[in-house]
Write a protein that binds this ligand. Structure first.
Ligand code: DAH
Length: 326
């Protein structure tokens, strides 16, 4: 039957001409000639309509196979997805769209910076649990039940004995329980507090904890360490001061402020102190032989001071307009 031959011939000339069509305008002319509304394939379908009813099932099937084959050969060449139709005004020579680069979340960037500053002076990075028992979060840190210091940190309880940690200081206890001195670690991670959400406090935030334990660490060494950190983080000429303070797990304790040139005021950035001998006893260390210092700071606070961010909630809203600036 002549339609058989026509199908074969069309397939042969289709693939020959397709291989010669190099530019986008060649391809478009080619498409109109073969696959267009009045093209060669369409005219085969017209011939098909004239066939007697008895021949229609066989040729109908063959024509459909042909149609699929030709359009997928064409799609392979133009690089489009199989089976979709190409609109007349598609210019295949245009460069593609630039996908915007993603970027690392500002808190992650600051965490990375903090880690590398402390790693450069010999600290290792440790991890600890975000869900912990009352003992590690409070009791072992010299904060017994009913101690007023518990009011400083409104706590999310999972059950009466299990909390979402209120600070990374719990990791101090895990580290000391699992290792003998000397220790020189920092730990970064999320902490949780049941506080009213506002521009300056959020129910979750991040902290960095530092812990050094050995036989001869001193308050002077702690000061030197934290001065180095502040200079690396905020610049060599940053003014800072140590202010006496109170934490149950350190004695003596201090807080560090840095001078904010733009706002013309001191800003508190961290708490620190010599590890309280009671804490050393709680983990089974000999507090006559070993001593050490610890410090803790909020990562959001460091980021807010460094970048002049006024609202802590921005870190958690995933607004691209905010995130893209870092
Ligand atoms: N855990 C304290 C807080 O969340 C911060 C802190 C203060 C940590 C003094 C320390 C420290 O390790 O020595 O407010």
């Amino acid at each position: 039957m002549s339609l058989d031959k026509t199908i074969k011939g069309l397939k042969a000339s289709f693939s020959k001409e397709l291989s010669k069509s190099k530019t986008s305008s060649d391809l478009e002319k080619f498409r109109i000639k073969y696959l267009g509304r009045n093209g060669k394939l369409a005219s085969l379908f017209e011939e098909f309509n004239k066939l007697p009813a008895s021949e229609k099932p066989r040729f109908g099937k063959e024509l459909n196979i042909l149609k699929n084959e030709l359009s997928s050969m064409y799609q392979d060449v133009v690089g489009g997805s199989k089976g979709s139709s190409i609109s007349n005004n598609t210019d295949f020579s245009l460069p593609g769209y630039n996908l915007p680069d993603g970027n690392v979340h500002p808190l992650e960037q600051i965490t990375y910076e903090i880690k590398s500053i402390f790693q450069s002076i010999g600290f290792s990075v440790a991890y600890g649990p975000e869900i912990d028992d009352d003992y590690h979060n409070f009791e072992a840190l010299n904060v017994p039940k009913h101690h007023p210091a518990r009011d400083m940190q409104d706590t999310f309880f999972i059950n009466p004995n299990t909390v979402l940690r209120t600070h990374t200081s719990n990791v101090q206890i895990h580290l000391m329980e699992n290792q003998d001195p000397p220790l020189r670690h920092i730990c970064c991670g999320r902490v949780y507090r049941n506080e009213a959400v506002s521009y300056k406090s959020f129910c979750l935030f991040n902290q960095v904890e530092g812990l050094v334990i050995n036989e001869d660490s001193s308050f002077a060494e702690m000061k030197g360490t934290l001065e180095y950190f502040v200079q690396e983080m905020f610049g060599k000429n940053t003014k800072m001061r140590f202010r006496p303070s109170y934490f149950p797990f350190t004695e003596p304790s201090a807080e560090v402020d840095i001078w904010n040139e733009k706002l013309n005021q001191w800003m508190e950035i961290l708490g620190c102190g010599m590890v309280n001998p009671n804490v050393l006893t709680n983990v089974g260390y000999d507090n006559k032989k070993y001593q050490g210092f610890a410090f803790g700071m909020g990562i959001e606070r460091i980021a807010m001071i460094k970048y002049g961010i006024k609202d802590i909630r921005l870190f958690y809203q995933n607004d691209k307009r905010f995130l893209e600036q870092f």
